[in-house]
Design a protein around this ligand. Sequence first.
Ligand code: UT7
Length: 326
Amino acid sequence: MIRTEITGTGSYMPEKILTNKDLEKMVDTSDEWITKRTGIKERHIAAKDEASSDLAVKASRQAINDAGIDKNEIDAIICATITPDMLFPATACQIQKKIGIKEVAAFDVESACTGFLTALTIADSMIVSGNYKKVLVIASEVLSRITDWEDRQSCVLFGDGAGAAILSSTDKDRGIMSTYLGSDGRYGNLLHLPAGGSKMPASEDTVEGGLHYIKMEGRESFKIAVKKMAVSARTALKKAGITIDDIKMVIPHQANMRIINALAKMLKIDIERVFINIKDYGNMSAATTAVGLDQTLKSSKVSTGEIIQLVAFGGGLTWGSVIVKI
Ligand code: UT7
């Protein structure tokens, strides 16, 4: 039986750090409010000349080295992002060009903060079908470019970063054990970017109205996030035929420390077994779980043979979970 194992990972966050204290000088907020209500202390911000593909290339090179493969062994590239370099061509094709990978399938997926799990699910299906052997899966975001730096409710939450993984075909008893994805388009307005698409093309009015920035109904998103992340985790566990007690580490999307705490409570898992890096990076949308995967696998928190579970939630609304035996 063909299965999909994760054979290498990488991540990259831009050099510049924006602290809560820095934000105090930009909007009417305080380090105390942000820390207490979100758990975030600082986030990384891309340089002017850094686009999503630039962050992605750095994370991908690490993942390729970590997997110990030649870049030309990769036979597909999938990039999850809501901040592509351009609307088209796909950022995955830009990454392919910059790394210098031969002519292979390359495309983007867009399911906001759930994007990395969507990309993992697609890559898993491609590998299990027998048609692909090694897929480079990336999540890269430069959210600072679509953040309204005058909106104190949302600008304190987001950061830039990228994570990448090499998924490889294996016949061993390890790798992806189950995947689950869900969505409900009726809640699309809770978290969206109104202008710049075919519905509302860029114009003087859209720029004037700040319609190229993230719009978020924080409180409502929060409630659904907790519920749907718990549902996702439980569904993926059921599909894998295991329980939460079999999971060594849960790697949740990092939107708010209070969401993570509530999820841990609902799943009845000790917070020690939940990966948390929100303090240092904030919410990097799709890149969050990709970076979490890299940092978990490179830590002493897990070892070969143990099982980890990724869980995410985001705009769409979308949600999902992926369980992996490492
Ligand atoms: O990536 C996945 C999707 N994203 C999410 O799931 C985001 C989920 N939502 C959240 O994380 C939270 O709803 C926020 C962090 C965005 C907001 O926290 P909250 O506890 O829900 O605050 P709130 O919106 O209920 O606002 C409480 C108060 C308000 O003041 P009043 O009306 O009580 O006087 C806000 O104006 O806090 C105020 N406030 C702030 N104060 C200082 C909102 N943002 C800030 C701020 N600094 N940055």
